[in-house]
Design a protein around this ligand. Structure first.
Ligand code: SF4
Length: 469
């Protein structure tokens, strides 16, 4: 979360940006259609989703056991396992690994977990040149920008902007042809891959039984990062463990289809231990950093099902609010419905993150799309309840509630309040809408317009027609 993020300003900027509006509509609708079609190919979709949900449920219910199993297996394969309590510790561990192996040049794959711990700037500050190698992330890094989607990080950027950026930063001839832009990036990245002595990957799944780390990607950059540098560091949230290879197969089937609408990504890298004698590629030293960062607290509380999340991004594409305002308006690493639900828990000390659940319109589209059927709307309502409980002690809240209760606890007072509210609304309405209310109602109308109520009340109609309107 950006410390001084202004939600209203960011939302207005997004809504008033015609390019963004068109790009969001096209990309999210197209992606959702592709996801729906590719999932429809599964004859046993309902059952597969239920199985995936059970696997996650089992794993999260036995997380300590599964993580211990994974750690033992990894160590038996020669992998060094590190446990990071929070983002700062994770950064320190990774910088230490780089220093121990005397690494100076790092290439990394796209990873939301490394975004969560703000790893890339920390490595660069520590003197380890770190380059994002996913095309979208590379462009964002060149432009000092942040991802606005979990899976499609530069959904908000036009190819004209990218052409201009490559001209300014890479001194390339201006072009806006996607193939030519990709070729320019590939040329520059190739050099970085050759120089790299450290690779960093975000781990999508880790198999406890076999100690395999799975990195899913479409561009081949993950294959280069896992094959070329002598030192490789995997980073994962502690919920990314799956018990067995059989469970992995179920998860991959749903994850890839839900994320990109494909049966399989172009590259599914499965790394089981460091390079063995006789093998021609792979890291000589393999480390895994397992991140907690408040996940233990989430595990112990009413929001534990959020740890079932695969980070597929399907709920973002389905969400009507995300489709309108895009990821930057949230001001968080994880935007959209999953971001609104999990950020207040990952960043519990940040008061701003409490507001995120209010972004939800409770339409339920995310629940329908989520491959592991996380009840995001239910959890967002729970957040809203928690916030109300927390604010109940404030004097203002108590005053508003007492006045409200006084009016609503008597039919006569209720009718009186309705009558005057309607009069007031008519006085200030413009074209049938109330767009401004005096304080404290101004908090409401700053972000919502209220339609004028009908002239005739249902109650009067009922009375007039004897209950048969
Ligand atoms: S909540 Fe569900 S749909 Fe959203 S990112 Fe996580 S797994 Fe995907």
């Amino acid at each position: 979360m950006i410390p001084k993020h202004d939600f209203k300003k960011a939302v207005r900027a997004a809504i008033n940006n015609p390019y963004l509006q068109q790009a969001m509509e096209t990309c999210t609708v197209r992606r959702t259609d592709r996801v729906i079609n590719s999932l429809a190919e599964l004859k046993d979709l309902k059952q597969t989703r239920q199985t995936a949900q059970k696997i996650k449920q089992y794993t999260i219910d036995h997380l300590d056991e599964q993580l211990a199993l994974l750690s033992d297996k990894l160590e038996s394969l020669g992998v060094t396992v590190h446990w990071a309590k929070d983002a700062r510790q994770a950064r320190e561990i990774i910088i230490d690994i780089a220093h121990q192996h005397d690494c100076r040049h790092c290439v990394k794959t796209k990873s939301m977990t490394t975004e969560e711990i703000e790893l890339t700037p920390a490595l660069n500050e520590a003197g380890i040149e770190t380059i994002e190698t996913d095309l979208g992330e590379y462009i964002l890094q060149l432009d000092n920008d942040r991802p606005s989607h979990i899976i499609t990080p530069m959904i908000h950027k036009s190819r004209q902007e990218v052409g201009q950026l490559f001209q300014d930063k890479l001194h390339a001839d201006y072009t806006e042809e996607p193939e030519e832009l990709t070729a320019i990036a590939r040329h520059h990245l190739r050099e970085k891959f050759q120089q790299a002595d450290l690779g960093i990957v975000g781990v999508n799944f880790a198999v406890a039984q076999t100690g395999s780390l799975v990195v899913v990607e479409n561009e081949g950059n993950g294959r280069m990062v896992t094959a070329r540098p002598g030192v490789l560091v995997g980073v994962m949230g502690m919920e990314k463990v799956v018990p067995s290879a059989k469970d992995l197969a179920v998860m991959l089937k749903l994850y890839i289809r839900s994320a990109v609408g494909l049966r399989l990504t172009s590259y599914t890298n499965i790394i089981t231990g460091p390079r063995k004698s006789g093998e021609i590629d792979g890291p000589e030293h393999l480390h895994l950093v397992i991140l907690d960062n408040n996940r233990s607290e989430i595990l112990a509380g009413p929001y534990r099902n959020l740890l079932h999340c695969l980070r597929c991004g399907a709920c973002l594409n389905a969400c009507p609010v995300y489709r309108k305002i895009s990821g930057h308006a949230y001001g968080t690493v994880y935007p959209g419905p999953i971001g609104a639900a999990i950020t207040p828990l990952l960043e519990s000390s940040n008061r701003l993150s409490e507001k995120l659940p209010e972004f939800c319109s409770l339409c339920g589209a995310c629940l329908e799309r989520c491959p592991v059927m996380i009840d995001l709307p239910g959890l967002l309502i729970q957040h809203k309840r928690d916030l109300i409980k927390k604010n109940r002690s404030s004097l203002f809240y108590k005053l508003v509630l007492s006045v409200w209760t006084w009016f609503y606890s008597s039919p006569a007072r209720y009718r009186f309040s309705q009558k005057w509210a309607r009069h007031l609304m008519r006085l200030i309405a413009r074209n049938g809408w109330v767009t401004f209310l005096p304080p404290p109602g101004s908090h409401w109308t700053a972000v919502r317009d209220v339609p004028l109520p009908k002239k005739q009340l249902f109650r009067d109609l009922w009375k007039k027609t004897n209950g048969n309107p």
